[in-house]
Design a protein around this ligand. Structure first.
Ligand SMILES: Nc1ncnc2c1ncn2[C@@H]1O[C@H](COP(=O)(O)OP(=O)(O)O)[C@@H](O)[C@H]1O
Ligand SMILES: [Mg+2]
Length: 459
């Protein structure tokens, strides 16, 4: 009998797409997602457990594992009887730490000595971040964005409907001084509708005619007369919003009265915190690519204003896609921006741009990171384009089924574990981590925007 040889060190941060092994194990039963040391007569290797079958009459089980390291192998010997033991913590750490300690997101659940690091180079694809309300998505995403901000030069734009990321560039007391210093050097700009220095405003005029019409809820076929009047007038009258309606009515165009009524009835001119009216514009600032730009959409009362901002920013980035300047576009509460069936033409316009960016943006450096509670609340044309997954607590079997369809490479038994996660635990899977694994997210170094409102208690 040969002595088991220790496996050679694994390549750091390289997602192992090793051979699949079919093993019959006796003894201790591993869990899906676990890294185990598989020992046989030929030697040992580290494997990643994908599926654990039911116990046979003799107590053994069939286990599907994927080879995570090179090594003497039971590979190719399907169903050979082997024993498995939890992989040594240092091996797990090697496989999951990633290339840069600054990018550590948290620790492997059950192995506190093993850090899980982001492979930042693989953020050049779309990422889906989900979990039920309160599972810790916003908190964990804040951790990840800060790590990216500190350790990479990938510009980030956050669409922030709940004003949760406005403290992205600030450090909380007690943070590691080195981390705090790195973060402090980064240029984080928060845009707010009424901030005179950094206004969150966009230009109606810069939108394409199609998108201007969407803001005015016009359909080119259903509203063909008004749409047509509008198309003929575009460019001639709205330099000054103050007298927009007057200019419209004095144009002498047939059909202009109904168009004027539409604009007045919708109150689009009352979105005074949205339109820049020739002043500073969010798209110009994003064009300069600060390290991070937080669009504080929580300041708007109307969802339509949030959508108008998103539309203008996305349209501008899409128009300039040929420049191939990378940017990570982060949407918290992403179901507000790309639901399967938006209820207004403006919603449809934003969703369709996101579908387009999801399908074709990768090669232009437009990468999406979408966070939401339920996969079914995101249009399938967007969800199906995501390659990286962070899954926090999720109870609903229907939602887990949908994730299993969209992320076929993640073992189903691992997805199912999400119903038992506690707050802050997340399954991370895809190129942006070494292996699919359940991690406990680390603490933030910056303050939070919205914390839970506590129930008032009796004294
Ligand atoms: N890992 C964590 N450690 C400490 N507090 C957390 C953690 N994750 C979430 N929280 C807190 O729990 C609450 C809900 O988290 P949040 O990230 O807003 O959840 P979600 O975005 O999924 O609804 C917040 O007050 C947040 O600060
Ligand atoms: Mg949240």
């Amino acid at each position: 009998m040969s002595t088991p040889t220790p496996p050679p060190p694994a390549g750091r941060g390289s997602p192992p797409d090793g051979r699949q092994l079919l093993l019959r194990i006796t003894g201790e039963t591993p869990a899906a997602g676990e890294l185990v040391e598989i020992a046989s007569e030929e030697g040992s290797l580290i494997g990643y457990v994908e599926h654990v079958g039911p116990a046979a009459a003799d107590g053994s089980r069939l286990v599907t594992a994927r080879q995570a390291t090179a090594g003497g192998a039971p590979a190719g010997r399907a169903r050979r009887e082997v024993t498995v033991a939890p992989a040594p913590a240092e091996r797990v750490a090697e496989l999951l730490a990633g290339p840069d300690p600054q990018l550590h997101l948290g620790r492997v659940v059950g192995i506190p000595d093993a850090s899980v690091g982001l492979v930042a180079g693989k953020m050049n694809r779309h990422t889906f971040w989900c979990g039920q309300s309160g599972s810790g998505k916003t908190y964990a995403l804040g951790v990840a964005l800060k790590r990216l901000l500190s350790a990479t030069r990938l510009p980030i734009v956050v669409f922030d409907p709940n004003s949760d990321y406005v403290g992205l560039g600030e450090t909380r007391p007690g943070a590691d001084p080195a981390e705090a210093a790195t973060l402090a050097e980064r240029d984080v700009v928060v845009l707010r509708p009424d901030d005179p220095d950094h206004p969150l405003r966009v230009q109606f005029r810069k939108l394409s005619v199609k998108h201007q019409a969407a803001v005015l809820r016009m359909d080119p076929i259903l509203d063909r007369a008004e749409y047509n009047t509008f198309v003929r007038l575009v460019g001639s009258f709205y330099d000054h919003a103050d007298d927009f309606i007057d200019q419209l009515r004095s144009s002498g165009e047939p059909g202009v009265e109904t168009l004027a009524q539409r604009v007045e009835n919708l109150g689009v001119l009352d979105w005074t915190g949205t339109w820049s009216l020739g002043g500073a514009c969010a798209t110009d600032l994003i064009e300069e690519r600060p390290a991070a730009t937080v669009l504080d959409l929580g300041q708007y009362d109307r969802h339509e204003e949030q959508l108008a901002i998103a539309l203008a920013v996305l349209e501008d980035l899409w128009e300039k896609r040929g420049q191939r300047r990378p940017v990570l576009l982060v949407f918290d509460e992403a179901h507000n921006f790309c639901p399967p069936e938006p209820d207004t033409p403006l919603g449809v316009a934003v969703r369709d741009l996101l579908i387009q960016i999801a399908a074709e943006g990768r090669k232009y450096g437009l990468w999406l990171l979408l966070s939401t509670q339920r996969p079914s609340k995101i249009h399938s044309g967007v969800l199906s384009q995501c390659d990286n997954l962070t899954l926090m607590r999720m109870n609903s079997p229907a939602d887990l089924d949908e994730l299993a369809r969209a992320f076929g490479f993640v073992p189903r038994q691992l997805l199912d574990q999400a119903s038992r996660f506690v707050q802050g635990e997340a399954l991370v899977a895809g190129g942006f981590v070494g292996l699919p694994v359940v991690a406990k997210m680390r603490d933030r170094v910056t303050p939070e925007g919205g914390v839970d409102v506590r129930v008032p208690m009796a004294d």
